[in-house]
Design a protein around this ligand. Structure first.
Ligand SMILES: NC(=O)c1ccc[n+]([C@@H]2O[C@H](COP(=O)([O-])OP(=O)(O)OC[C@H]3O[C@@H](n4cnc5c(N)ncnc54)[C@H](O)[C@@H]3O)[C@@H](O)[C@H]2O)c1
Length: 425
């Protein structure tokens, strides 16, 4: 069986996402399982086995060395130029702070590397689109992390949609958030740059790219957004215990319209106390049934088992509404979503194929964040261009946003990469 090493520069590997999700739970986990078998038909016993070799990139030599030694890795550097100038390195991955991404990704594209990146791809839709155009012109494989598509709860929900459980979908309600400590007593659970607009912070730029790909994959294209952002907690304490002024939004309340006629309401907040089963919950109500899906769970209530509530504040309500929902069972194995997407990206990069969730798809996510911020600033409803009707998603026919992504192969997983179907190259 042929074996091929693919060298992956991971920039920002000392960060929360870079270390835990991308290095440990994805790249190292892929190595531990023995690599990825490519569908390239090489050899009688299957395809070539692809084995990722991470090269750690960051700003602190000491911290990089510590990570490398902890995991038996041999190569790290604080020089982006060094990795971009090295022809042995195949893939550049960016999981830096958002504000540092655009420049580094542009340089990686110019150096001819395959590029994979965390979201948001850039701070503006125009910048994200320019990166996507450059990547297409360079003929590289390019992609953006869209991990929420692979959450077990969302996979179950996608299966319900595909199987027609809901009838006609009427509305979608997203509740996302938790209390992020201010940092003066208990340390904050999120890095302080998230609360500084000048450093690429803000919950709209952070979360609306997720809402775009997740909701359009499940329910088809969005057509309009009204949003109101807020900064509820104006003063916080940073990693060094120093107080600072919050300059970015820490909550946003939005109403979304879908081309199908369905309506969505999306509450995102880092200043809310959790009274839900999970940190993210998405309720779908349809003519034939409803569901509440989270990171792992998905509870359903069908039309035939819907109770008959009667409004009477004079008496205790005899109905136990929570008990009338049924959990969809875990009837398949769920891999880590970041890892699942890494496997698909590395396979496409190794074979020189386009990747379904490409930088054009990433640009559409930034576009929704930008439109939501505009809606909030101007106090009005803003239309969302149809996918394929113009910037920035026009080349992303194979990407989500087309409303066709209701899963393939009976698994409820996002459709496998559309190698043949409308790539961006
Ligand atoms: N897909 C998801 O679910 C998800 C979740 C959280 C964050 N993210 C994204 O991942 C990226 C990293 O977020 P994180 O929470 O890991 O952040 P973090 O602060 O923990 O890590 C940021 C990394 O960027 C590096 N860096 C480079 N230039 C920097 C600068 N000028 N200032 C500070 N750090 C700098 C840091 O050294 C660190 O390695 C962000 O773009 C964020 O939007 C994605």
């Amino acid at each position: 069986m042929a074996r091929k090493v693919i060298q992956v520069a991971v920039n920002g590997v000392t960060g929360r996402m870079g270390y835990r999700q991308h290095l440990v739970r994805s790249l190292l986990a892929i190595r531990e399982q023995g690599g990825i078998t490519l569908d390239d038909g090489a050899g009688p016993h299957g395809g070539t086995v692809l084995y990722p070799e991470p090269v750690l990139v960051g700003r602190s030599e000491e911290r990089l060395r510590a990570i490398a030694e902890r995991h038996g890795l041999t190569r790290w550097t604080t020089s982006l130029d060094e990795v971009l100038g090295d022809p042995e390195i195949d893939v550049y991955f960016d999981t830096q702070v958002t504000s540092a991404r655009e420049d580094a990704v542009a340089r990686a594209i110019a150096a001819g590397k395959h590029v994979y990146t965390e979201k948001p791809v850039a701070a503006t839709a125009a910048a994200a689109r320019a990166l996507a155009e450059a990547a297409r012109a360079a003929g590289i494989t390019h992609g953006v992390v869209q991990d929420k598509l692979f959450l077990p709860g969302m996979i179950k929900l996608r299966r319900l949609i595909r199987d027609g459980f809901f009838g006609r979908v009427l509305s979608v309600r997203v509740e996302f958030g938790y209390w992020v400590f201010e940092g003066d007593g208990i340390p904050a659970q999120r890095p302080s740059w998230n609360y500084r607009a000048e450093d690429g912070g803000g919950i709209v730029l952070d979360m609306f790219p997720h809402w775009q790909y997740l909701l359009e994959d499940l329910f088809g294209p969005l057509s309009a957004v009204y949003a109101r952002q807020a900064t509820h907690v104006p003063r916080r304490w940073d990693e060094a215990g120093e107080p600072y002024q919050v300059t970015a939004d820490d909550a946003a309340y939005a109403v979304l319209e879908f081309a199908s006629g369905a309506l969505g309401s999306v509450n995102s907040s880092w200043a809310v106390r959790v009274n839900r089963r999970e940190l993210l919950e998405l309720q779908v109500d349809g003519t034939h049934g409803s569901a509440v899906a989270g990171l792992r769970n998905c509870a359903v209530q069908h039309k035939v088992s819907t109770p008959l509530p009667v409004w009477n504040p004079d008496l205790p309500d005899p109905l136990d509404y929570q008990a009338m929902w049924t959990d969809v069972p875990d009837n398949m194995e769920f891999d880590n979503g970041f890892k699942a997407q890494w496997e698909l990206f590395l396979a496409d990069a190794a074979l020189g194929r386009p990747f379904r969730w490409d930088l054009f798809a990433g640009a559409r996510g930034v576009q929704l964040a930008e439109l939501a911020l505009r809606s909030s600033a101007e106090g009005r409803r803003v239309e969302v261009p149809a996918p394929g009707s113009g910037p920035p998603g026009e080349h992303s026919a194979g990407s989500n946003g087309t409303g066709t992504g209701t899963g393939a192969h009976g698994s409820g997983m996002p459709s496998t990469p559309a190698h043949a179907a409308g790539s961006s190259r």
